[in-house]
Design a protein around this ligand. Sequence first.
Ligand code: PLP
Length: 391
Amino acid sequence: MKVNHHALELESSYLFSEVARRLRVFQQENPERALLKCSIGDVTRPLPRIIADALKEAAEEMAHPETFRGYGAEQGEPFLRQAISGYYAQRGLQIDPDDIFISDGAKSDLGNLCDLFDADNTVLLPNPVYPVYYDTSIMSGRRVVFLDGTQENGFLPMPDESVSADIIYLCSPNNPTGAVYSREQLAAWVQYALARKAVILFDAAYESYIRDPELPHSIFEIPGAQQCAIEINSLSKMAGFTGVRCGWTVVPAALQLDGASLHAMWLRRMSTKYNGTSYIIQRAAQCVFSAEGQAAVHADIAYYMENAHILKAALTRAGIWTTGGDNAPYVWLKAPDGQGSWEFFDKLLHTYGIAGTPGAGFGTAGEGYLRFSSFGTRETVQAAAALLETL
Ligand code: PLP
């Protein structure tokens, strides 16, 4: 018996576990001090009432013989795929419900999509970026190359003709930098992928936070994307579903690569290894896309974006360089005086009791930066902002 040695190549301490460990130690050593968590990547607002009611109603259906449901439709319930297709249609996009696969969230699909591709592929990743793309590529034994985000390119690396890649992960709005690709920039990525017969895995988990009407929410707003891209999305941050678990992935029927239909392959893969998202949760997800559901989740999104605004304003007043936070729930800031990410993390924690997430944990290009999340409560954010102004 041999284990997957690529899995052993992962660094033992996943970023968020190390942050959690340091916060635990801080609290043990300073039980009397308040901890202001601006590191949190999890939502804090409860589910909107209308969505919680949809959950309850669906649970009740399960208790009656006439409405009880067992295994569901393999790709996800048609009512939900229709609702998601309607969500795209509101922005003028035609996404066939047959191209939509319901999942238990974006993270699973971002990792599982690797099952569709040969191990002998090169993966291109922006740096810094959500660590799951890297870890999952390493686990499956693939070569990884990076394109660096910098202050100069606005943390939006663009295709480099001298770099060849087969699988490209893009995250827009970006976690951790909050940067969002423009339509022209995404068009350049689509051209690059089409020219190389590469595939783009487009993570749109934060698209509902985009405020600027000029910015694209979906890769499918770009002509040609149906021939080279898969889009992964989630209700985690859009609707407070981090604990409820539901997302979706669009694999266009038009996506043919290496002589194979990725849509047919993904359907085969999902029906082999996944037995579907709970019916109850799919009913709650359907409610998210109703007019009342959208109004409710947008009120929570506005709350988090106001948090981002408060944090950003305080940092700016303290003379700290920031980006992000305008079209994403993350503010990306530069550690002052040339401090390293973990050094500044420790300083903020021990001097002010404020927790951020060290940029270096998202890739080498994140060194010297820190991420603040706007998912905390208003009280936490206001208390942190008041302290930050004294930096
Ligand atoms: N993609 C990005 C960029 C994320 O930041 C996250 C969660 O933090 C996910 C995907 C995972 O989301 P889910 O809860 O749907 O698995």
